[in-house]
Design a protein around this ligand. Structure first.
Ligand code: GZL
Length: 325
């Protein structure tokens, strides 16, 4: 009799352990480790598409549930997406603000809901403290400085006494547009050779870059010595217009661009672009690690800036590896 009771006890114990272990494991398997709401501003460039791909890949690698919304270049779509994330009670909200102003109300709603917010790629301007936990993105001012420092060296090497520059800017009131322009202008302001004869808005779009370049050539023609373009997309749109007007880009007109995507690097290697300042879109790993820390109630850095480099006709371009975007 005793033996039967012992066997029965062991059987029940094993069964209970299995069920509790199974139930526990099942809850763990179904319970996402993190639900992250991300509002991407659009798909306007190879950079943006690469940024989205990297964020999705890094979330997947970590088993993080990503609620992804593409705003198609509209701030109101980003604001609506953030409100949906709040209603859905995500653990963390992240977004790449298309412009710097106009976020206070929706970010106050996120703060009231107790949901931390991470800025990805671009910054916001606000008078209110504590609306966001962290900014993960490039140092755009430094990118503008690197572009200008290259131009100064190039002017020195060519013995130029006067340098007429046209600027094709990114989206007005966006962080990269404001800071790339500031870094570039601040670095050149004491060099009397340098004159910015025009600055036009290309909105980071290839088509607008072509339209801007056509207008600039019709207006300034052969007086243009340099094109400073805030992203590769606009640069790639501008180059055919330069050739159509009878000029050789990279020779007759110095071309300086920012992003460092594969297509622009290939054109740099061909000699039609002189300088490409890198702006990496690979922010996904830092985003996921920061979001996980916030969910766990940990401290995070206020700003995380990736290391970036510059590629130009001063260096051995054959050593540049695949860019991945
Ligand atoms: C920069 C990013 C810019 C890229 C453009 O981090 O915000 O937006 O330079 C993109 O290509 O459109």
């Amino acid at each position: 009799m005793k033996r039967k009771v012992l066997v029965l006890f062991i059987a029940v114990t094993v069964l209970m352990t299995a069920l509790s272990g199974c139930g526990g494991q099942k809850e763990n398997q179904n319970e996402p480790k993190l639900l992250l709401g991300f509002s991407q501003l659009g798909s306007e460039s190879a950079w943006r598409i690469g940024n989205t791909k990297d964020i999705e890949t890094q979330a997947d690698l970590r088993g993080i549930s990503l609620m992804f919304e593409n705003a198609n270049q509209k701030q109101e779509n980003q604001i609506a997406a953030i409100r949906r994330f709040i209603a859905y009670k995500v653990d963390v909200i992240a977004f790449s603000p298309i412009v710097e102003e106009g976020w206070d109300n929706v970010l106050m709603e996120a703060k009231t809901a107790g949901i931390p917010v991470i800025l990805v790629d671009r910054d916001i301007k606000t008078s209110k403290a504590g609306l966001t936990a962290c900014l993960i993105g490039s140092d755009f001012y430094k990118e503008g400085v690197m572009a200008a420092e290259y131009l100064i060296r190039k002017a020195d090497s060519l013995g130029l006494e006067q340098v007429n520059i046209v600027e094709i800017t990114g989206t007005e009131n966006s962080t990269p547009m404001r800071q790339r322009q500031a870094g570039f202008m601040d670095t050149l302001k004491n060099d009397n050779r340098m004159r910015v004869i025009a600055s036009v808005n290309g909105d980071f779009l290839k088509s607008r870059g072509a339209e801007c370049m056509k207008h600039l050539l019709e207006t300034y023609g052969e007086t243009i010595d340099v094109v400073f373009s805030h992203n590769d997309e606009m640069t790639l749109g501008a180059l055919p217009e330069i050739e159509r007007a009878g000029y050789v880009p990279g020779k007759d007109i110095i071309i300086i661009s920012i992003d460092g995507g594969q297509e622009a690097i290939d054109v740099l290697k061909s000699g039609k672009i002189n300088c490409v300042v890198e702006c990496t879109p690979k922010l996904g790993r830092a985003l996921m690690e920061t979001a996980m820390k916030l969910k766990a109630g940990g401290e995070v850095e206020k700003e995380i800036h990736p290391e970036e480099q510059m590629f130009s006709d001063e260096t051995d371009l054959t050593r540049i590896g695949p860019r991945g975007y």
